[in-house]
Design a binder for this molecule. Structure first.
Ligand SMILES: *Cc1c(COP(=O)(O)O)cnc(C)c1O
Length: 367
């Protein structure tokens, strides 16, 4: 077993590039961190041809060595369930029809006023339920400078685009110089009002958020940042420090969680997660219904269950700790959070409060 205490005390532990260079990529290395089950060992081999895996030592350290159902472990260690999924087929790898909405490589223009621009195809870690499995970790989707410039040119040529979301892969896999190259070019386009960064680095390799990076985002405001915590176990002191730097840089910080069966589809887990996030000044933004991606069936729960969980949160935790539950579709994101509207009854509107009480509010049509 790896001597975690010694490793975590060493100066390189907090170096984000060391974390990337030393990612765990083989069963033998992983066996130094956790007691691998036969299923996991088998899956590491079997899934190779379908979807890569690698884990930063920082994230590996959060795994329970003895519990294969550990919520950290399930997100990143392959399981044979990925292979038995009947919808493993490649045809199901692009349910949002992102390729059809890509006018130039890796740029998704689905909404009129905003685009998602996948400036990197690599991530720190490969989450097993990944929405962009079709491209993440695949060299074919890597972006060189000319290709990124083509995306920037497209944005510059479309004055209706006021909001550019840099995503991937994970844009923070790029070094600061390359990121600044992109940020400065986008900021030079007058109609680009907002730049957003979507990154899981605060969760998977929080040391990426250095004081230099903090200064970098501060130079290109307004920059908004969304990250991706799924479980309270991920809310570590290191992650909190990374989030603190982002908010101190002046970027509003949001979080996108994916609803994952057996991992966070529980009202108390979600409560702890969302309350923990707001304590770190991170605003829960979206809770995503898991997409119909091949090899992820064991992660999906029903939409009814998701709505029931949302009902369990309303009124019980701070309003701003509650994200919007959404289903992403080729036509955009659709909110699924139950609302309190019951019916119109003559001159009244009937609503239902979180505790179940109904209320009639006079609201005549001829106000
Ligand atoms: C999610 C998404 C956005 C951003 O949507 P918001 O609801 O504004 O956060 C933009 N483009 C694409 C293609 C998306 O999937």
């Amino acid at each position: 077993m790896v001597n975690r205490t010694a490793l975590k005390a060493s100066p390189e532990w907090r170096d984000w590039k060391w974390q990337l260079r030393n990612r765990i990529r083989t069963a033998e290395e992983l066996a130094g961190w956790i007691r691998l089950t036969d299923d996991e060992r088998q899956a590491i081999e079997a899934t190779k041809a379908h979807f890569r895996w690698q884990i930063t030592p920082y994230y590996a350290d959060l795994m329970d060595p003895d519990d294969p159902e550990c919520p950290i472990r399930r997100q990143v260690v392959p399981k044979m369930a990925e292979m038995t999924d009947a919808d493993l087929g490649i045809g199901d790898l692009d349910p949002l029809e992102e390729l059809a909405h890509s006018p130039v490589k890796n740029l998704v223009h689905n909404y009129r006023d905003r685009v998602a621009f996948c400036v990197a195809s690599e991530c720190a870690v490969f989450c097993r339920y990944c929405l962009r499995k079709r491209m993440v970790g695949d060299g074919e989707y890597a972006m060189n400078k000319t290709e990124i410039q083509a995306g920037i040119d497209y944005i510059a040529a479309h004055p209706e685009i006021r909001d550019v979301l840099l995503t991937g892969g994970d844009p923070l896999i790029l070094n600061d110089a390359n990121l600044e190259w992109i940020l400065s070019r986008l900021r030079a386009i007058p109609h680009v009002e907002l730049i957003r960064l979507g990154s899981r680095f605060p969760v998977l390799n929080p040391f990426r958020i250095t004081p230099t990076f903090q200064d970098l985002i501060g130079k290109y405001h307004p920059v908004w940042f969304n990250t991706h915590f799924n479980h309270p176990k991920e809310l570590t002191a290191e992650a909190a420090e990374a989030c603190d730097r982002i908010t101190r840089a002046g970027a509003p910080l949001g979080n996108q969680t994916v609803l994952l069966k057996g991992l966070n589809d529980d009202v108390d887990v979600l409560k702890d997660l969302f309350q923990g996030l707001v304590k770190m000044r991170v605003r829960p933004y979206y809770l995503y219904q898991a997409q119909l991606i091949g090899g992820t069936r064991h992660f999906r729960t029903t939409i009814e269950k998701g709505r029931e969980l949302m009902r369990g949160l309303r009124g019980r935790i701070s309003g701003f700790a509650i994200p919007t539950y959404v289903l992403d579709t080729p036509h955009g994101k659709v909110p699924l959070t139950p609302d309190g509207f019951v019916e119109r009854d003559g001159s009244d509107i009937v609503v239902r409060a979180y505790g179940g009480e109904t209320w009639r509010e006079r609201n005549p049509l001829d106000l």
